[in-house]
Design a protein around this ligand. Structure first.
Ligand code: FAD
Length: 390
């Protein structure tokens, strides 16, 4: 098959890119390893930034999100027996998140793609990507070879596309944090009203809204701990100990599902293109998983690349495509700096000598400033909510 743009991976990045290009009259082939049912069931992110929602709205891709998502503009920090509310939407000029599970967004995007005439190839793992420095790139999967003007790897951090780019071109920069997070979906007896971050001497714990019956919870654990060391009862005990406050008020946690470990590492490639091959989303950068930035950055990459490709095909203007890598890296590093700072605030130091309460008391001081009005909390609010435009 010959096409203008080939896309590997039908996650948020690949699907947004495919929808925008197809509606602009550009031919697209999108190839996904998993079945449609599997990608529509994969529960991961759930907080969509203000600027991403605005972009999706402008491209008529946010109908389901606006109809069924919940607008969310504050978060609570628990620490040393205090509960401090950060009303970030008020400080970010009304910019807020929308709570909408990633798998619902993915389902909506697949529907939109089909309505626009797109026919995604599901259950076709790409086994090889040919990424020449000059000339047309190509992908191969069972029963299909696609040759394209441009090929975009939206196939995540372990995808084949980034592996096909020379390591010297990508020049990955990586960081390993000295702890991991256990992640779990918890049934709750009523909806979680807002994001809760607990800083605690036993380590960080967090609870994020997802649906009326489900919350996503996180528990800081020692680096390299395996999920098998965390049976339900132990997870429940830690959540209870770390999230309990003098004020209480959190939903009761019922059955736990989807227990896994998030290895806390970041990798950012220093170049996101090579010849006609581009990287977007997790394939280009695995961001520190604090502040709910991964999916949002993935859509932001797709939005930039879609606009650049439209300018190329419609106006013959190649400058935007040539600037994609530098433009996106500038934004991505800004987001990474924010997430890295937030991780430092949330996680209890596992290396420092001395009294852990010293660390907690310092954290509380930062959190107090986040809860007060002033330039510190205003800057946090804008970055956290993703104020402004993509
Ligand atoms: P993906 O969603 O990973 O999609 C890549 C696609 O490529 C997949 O469908 C995969 O099957 C496919 N693929 C891979 N290899 C091949 C191949 N060889 N051939 C064909 N297809 C292939 N982010 C946030 O913004 N907010 C959050 O609250 C948040 N919470 C998270 C919670 C969890 C537990 C996890 C794991 C992640 C979370 N993230 C969050 C991160 C977010 O989910 C990712 O950053 C996001 O999915 C990236 O989108 P993507 O389109 O780049 O990649």
């Amino acid at each position: 098959v010959r096409t203008q743009v080939a896309i590997v991976g039908a996650g948020p990045a690949g699907l947004v890119l495919a929808c925008v290009l197809l509606r602009a009259g550009i031919s697209v082939e999108i190839v996904e390893r998993q079945t449609r049912e599997a990608v529509e069931r994969r529960a991961r992110a759930g907080l969509v930034e203000h600027r991403v929602v605005e972009y999706l709205r402008a491209h008529r891709l946010a109908d389901g999100l606006v109809a069924h998502g919940v607008r969310h503009g504050w978060c609570d920090f628990l620490g040393l027996g205090e509960r401090l509310r950060v009303d970030y939407a008020a400080r970010a000029g009304g910019a807020a998140h929308w709570v909408y599970p990633q798998q619902f967004l993915v389902r909506d995007l697949i529907d939109a793609l089909e309505t626009a005439g797109g026919r995604p190839h599901f259950a076709r793992p790409v086994t090889a990507v040919h990424a020449p420095a000059a000339g047309r790139p190509r992908l191969r999967c069972p029963g299909l070879v696609v040759e394209a003007d441009y090929l975009v790897g939206c196939d995540g951090q372990h995808g084949v596309t980034r592996a096909a780019l020379p390591a010297a071109v990508r020049d990955d920069l990586s960081h390993r944090y000295p702890y991991d997070w256990l992640t779990v979906l918890a049934e709750v007896d009523r909806p979680v009203e807002g994001v809760v971050y607990a800083v605690h001497e036993r380590g960080f714990a967090g609870m994020m809204p997802r649906t009326a019956q489900l919350a996503r919870c996180y528990v800081q654990i020692p680096a390299e701990d395996g999920a098998e060391r965390w049976p339900d009862e132990r997870v429940r005990r830690e959540l209870d100990a770390r999230l309990r406050t003098a004020h209480g008020g959190l939903p009761h946690i019922g059955r736990l599902t989807d227990i896994g470990v998030l290895r806390m590492r970041s990798t950012i490639s220093q170049r996101l293109c090579h010849g006609g091959v581009f990287l977007a989303g997790d394939a280009a950068h695995l961001l520190a998983p604090a502040g709910a930035k991964g999916m949002n950055a993935a859509v932001a990459d797709a939005a930039d690349l879609a606009d650049s490709l439209v300018r190329h095909y419609h106006d013959g203007d190649d400058a935007p495509l040539a600037g994609y890598s530098a433009r996106r890296l500038e934004q991505v590093w800004r987001v990474q700096a924010f997430s890295d700072w937030l991780l430092g605030l949330l996680n209890t130091s596992t290396t420092g000598a001395g009294d852990v309460r010293f660390d907690l008391r310092l954290k509380l001081e930062h959190i107090r400033r986040l809860a007060e009005t002033g330039p510190f909390s205003t800057d946090f609010a804008h970055q956290y909510a993703g104020a402004g435009e993509l």
